[in-house]
Ligand binder design. Structure first.
Ligand SMILES: [Mn+2]
Length: 314
C-alpha cells in the first residue's frame, strides 16, 4: 500500500483500517451539543472557552447549538472564540411539542430539547456529548468522548446530591444509580434504533404529578429499565467537591451567588468578549419567593401553573 508509515500508525491508533482512513477528520472531531437562550449567552461562551483552552493538540470540535432565541451578538461572541482555537459551529432551531413547553418545575422548558437530539441532529452523527452551559471544562474531553457506549443509550456521572426519597418516588431503588444529566454522552444510533424518544415520552404519562427534575428524572427512569454507563464523577463535579488536579469538569448547579470555585468560572468568562458573567437578579429571586409562597398556601394546582407562567417563573 502506498500509505507512509506515519499515516498507517495514526489510522491504527484510531481504530481505522487503511481503506477508511479518509474518514479520520470527520470521526475525529468531538461533537458537542449545547442548548442556550439569550439569558445564558455569556455562560455558553464561557463553557466553550474552557473547552477550547484545555483541549489537547489533536482535539478538534464541532459545536451543535440549539438556539432558543440567541441574539446576533451572542452568536458573534461564540465566533470570536475561534481565536482561542478554530472549531466548527452549527445552529439548530427546534420546536418542542406543545405539552412540553412548560416543565411544571423550576427548570425552563429548554431542558427538554436534548431528548430530541437523535431526531434533529444529522443522521451521520452516531453520538453526541450534551452539556449544560453552567459548566467549565478543565481538561481535554477526549477520554470522556471515547467512553464505550455499546448497548446503552447514554453515559453519565452519578449525582451524589439526589435524595433517596426522590429516587424511591420515581421508582429507582438505589440512589447510587441516579445520574446527573447535565453532562450526557448520548448514543444517537441506539436512540434511533430503539425508539428511545417515544419510550421517554410515554414515561411522562405514567406519573400523575410532574416529575420534579423534569428531563433528568425521565432519563434516569429510562436508565433504570434499560441500563446506562456510569462514568467517573470527575466528569461532573459540584463546585463544593472540587479537587485541584482531579476534577475535570465543574458543574455550577443552582445558585452562582455564593459558591466555591467562582474564580475559576470568572477566569474563563474573562476569555470571552463579555469579560464577566451577569449576576443573578435579586428582583427575580424575590418574585420567585413570593410566588412560591402564594403557590404553596393559597392556590389550586391549575392556577399555580398559570401564575408561574404569568410571572415567567419556570
Ligand atoms: Mn446545569
Amino acid at each position: 500500500m502506498g500509505f507512509p508509515d506515519t499515516v498507517r500508525s495514526i489510522a491504527n491508533r484510531r481504530g481505522f483500517s487503511m481503506t477508511d482512513c479518509t474518514n479520520i477528520k470527520k470521526t475525529d472531531s468531538i461533537e458537542i451539543m449545547l442548548v442556550c437562550d439569550e439569558n445564558y449567552g455569556a455562560f455558553m461562551a464561557t463553557t466553550i472557552a474552557s473547552i477550547l483552552k484545555n483541549a489537547e493538540a489533536i482535539d478538534s470540535f464541532r459545536f451543535h447549538i440549539v438556539d432558543c432565541g440567541l441574539k446576533n451578538a451572542s452568536r458573534e461572541a461564540v465566533d470570536e472564540l475561534k481565536k482561542l482555537r478554530p472549531f466548527e459551529v452549527v445552529y439548530y432551531k427546534h420546536e418542542l411539542p406543545e405539552y412540553l413547553q412548560s416543565t411544571d418545575t423550576p427548570f425552563p422548558a429548554l431542558v427538554y430539547h436534548r431528548l430530541f437530539a437523535a431526531r434533529f441532529l444529522p443522521e451521520s452523527l452516531e453520538k453526541i456529548l450534551y452539556m449544560d452551559v453552567d459548566i467549565v471544562v478543565l481538561s481535554s474531553l477526549r477520554e470522556l468522548w471515547n467512553t464505550p457506549l455499546d448497548g446503552v443509550f447514554a453515559a453519565a456521572a452519578h449525582d451524589r446530591y439526589m435524595s433517596q426519597e426522590h429516587c424511591k418516588a420515581i421508582g429507582i431503588e438505589k440512589k447510587d444509580d441516579y445520574f446527573n444529566a447535565g453532562v450526557l454522552l448520548m448514543n444517537l444510533k441506539y436512540w434511533r434504533e430503539n425508539d428511545v424518544v417515544d419510550k421517554l415520552l410515554n414515561i411522562i404519562n405514567e406519573f400523575k404529578e410532574p416529575l420534579s427534575f423534569a428531563e433528568q428524572d425521565l432519563l434516569n427512569i429510562y436508565a433504570s429499565r434499560y441500563g446506562y454507563r456510569l462514568v467517573s464523577e470527575k466528569w461532573n463535579v459540584n463546585p463544593r467537591d472540587y479537587v485541584e488536579g482531579q476534577t475535570r469538569l465543574i458543574h455550577y448547579m443552582g445558585s452562582r451567588r455564593h459558591c466555591p470555585c467562582l474564580d475559576i468560572l470568572y477566569g474563563y468568562a474573562a476569555l470571552t468578549k463579555y469579560g464577566r458573567l451577569p449576576m443573578q437578579r435579586v428582583s427575580y429571586k424575590i418574585k420567585r419567593v413570593v410566588c412560591q409562597f402564594l403557590c404553596l398556601f393559597l392556590i389550586r394546582h391549575k392556577d399555580r401553573r398559570n401564575l408561574r407562567k404569568r410571572m415567567n417563573i419556570r
